[in-house]
Design a protein around this ligand. Structure first.
Ligand code: PLP
Length: 419
């Protein structure tokens, strides 16, 4: 394993990770704030409020309290012994974000932004959701604070995730179906932005990943940095050393950047983000932005995007709704250019296999999103010696995906008969 470095930062070309984004929201050429004028005022108001809150010990203290008592932090670092034996290579550790309230890392960000909204005097919260994980986290947090809450969700996603819609409604949220376009996440974000512009006085928009216009990418990252901070402490306590490799799945990129951030200066720790390889790497069949994408602007942010020659956004596909988005968070593009974070992809089948392997060997059902990171980690582990250590961010639990996995494995009949 790797000793923590004395922070030489040579491979970052002396980039100070804390200086990013700059005051215009840029991560080098990426990020920024490409929005209509009606949104620039609320965004700069939000930036200013966040900057103040971030530096206020009282805000940080209240957030830490809520993360502990409401969300269930710290999450455990777990050595997957039987899985490691089965694969027969590097030791595999799991950072257990799946144990958090509402089932994924998303609650870290939802709590942070809700607390900020309260400080700003807002009384109403809106959010977008794809599969429903961010919607559920937001609805739950709104119930805690007593905010009124509207969740925008593509009509197609509502159909696929009927149980999640009901869970949001149980938490007191209104779920509004979006019928335009492909009726999925991208359209839900557009609708949420439209709502925000018209209700700016009393409303805060809780965006669910390290994406969109400034200040969202940097702010969402900050709220997830605790994942990596805890991981570092836990490794030093448990092993006296850091892992050799850290691996996380990348949708918009929030769980990955939160997991990696405190390790950016640890040059001997290899950091790998795993995108959704879908059915194949042909256009429209995947969501691996660094494979088929190019530089462009989507929903306020300049980054790598899956688009055609004319700049039209491509269809995307992944077995996991949470990775199924045409753009990647701008900070990922920045560190990829510097070779500090590497990117790989895992396809639908790899993810399904990894889902079953972790479930059967450890009794831990991972989310299908997470299963992409696991699939790649298993491959890496098998190529490494037994003295090496890999840590995977277990971003969420797989209960939500059990029905879909049953269907994909062709076992839904059996499943129905047994239940
Ligand atoms: C939403 C989600 C993701 C993808 O989002 P990121 O912003 O890339 O982290 C990954 N895993 C789980 C469990 C999710 O719910």
């Amino acid at each position: 394993m790797i000793k923590p470095s004395e922070s030489t930062m040579t491979n970052l070309n002396k980039i100070d990770r804390f200086s990013l984004p700059d005051e215009r929201g840029r991560f080098g050429p990426y990020g920024g704030s490409y929005v209509p004028e009606t949104l620039s005022h609320p965004l700069s108001e939000l930036s200013a409020a966040y900057l103040k809150a971030k530096q206020d010990p009282a805000f940080q203290k209240e957030l830490a309290f809520l993360l502990r008592t409401f969300a269930g932090r710290p999450t455990e670092l777990y050595f997957a012994e039987r899985l490691t034996k089965e694969i027969g290579g590097a030791q595999i550790y799991l950072k257990r974000e799946d144990l958090l309230h509402t089932g994924a890392h998303k609650i870290n960000n939802a709590l942070g932004q809700a607390l900020l909204a309260k400080r700003m005097g807002k009384t109403r919260i809106i959010a977008e959701t794809g599969a429903g994980q961010h919607g559920i986290a937001t609805a739950s947090v709104c119930a805690h604070f007593g905010f009124s809450c509207v969740i925008y969700m593509g009509a197609e996603d509502m159909r696929r995730q009927a149980l999640n819609v009901f869970r949001m409604r149980l938490s007191g949220a209104e779920v509004r179906g979006v019928e335009s376009g492909s009726k999925t996440l991208k359209e839900a974000i557009n609708e949420a932005m439209r709502d925000w512009v018209t209700n700016i006085d009393d409303t805060h928009y809780i965006l669910g990943s390290a994406l969109g216009a400034h200040p969202y990418p940097g702010m969402v990252r900050d709220f997830h940095r605790i994942i990596g901070e805890e991981t570092k402490k836990q490794f030093l306590n448990l092993e006296g050393k850091l892992p050799d490799e850290m691996i996380a799945c990348v949708g918009g990129g929030s769980n990955a950047i939160g997991f990696f951030f405190d390790f950016l200066e640890e040059e001997n720790v290899r950091l790998i983000g795993v995108e959704a390889g879908g059915r194949s790497l042909e256009d429209g069949q995947h969501a691996a932005r660094f494979e088929g994408g190019k530089l462009g602007v989507l929903q306020g942010c300049k980054t790598w995007i899956l688009q055609n020659e004319d700049g039209q956004i491509n269809q995307t596909h992944s077995v996991s709704a949470g990775l199924d988005y045409a753009a990647i968070g701008p900070e990922h593009a920045f560190y990829r250019d510097r070779n500090r974070i590497e990117y790989a992809n895992a396809n639908d089948q790899d993810a399904l296999d990894a889902f079953q392997l972790l479930s059967s060997k450890e009794g831990i059902l991972p989310a299908l999103e997470t299963s992409h990171g696991l699939a790649y980690a298993f491959k890496r582990a098998s190529e490494m010696t037994k003295d090496k250590v890999i840590c995977v961010n277990l971003s969420g639990r797989g209960d939500k995906d059990a029905m879909e996995v049953a269907r994909l494995l062709g076992k839904d009949n059996t499943f129905a008969q047994q239940s």
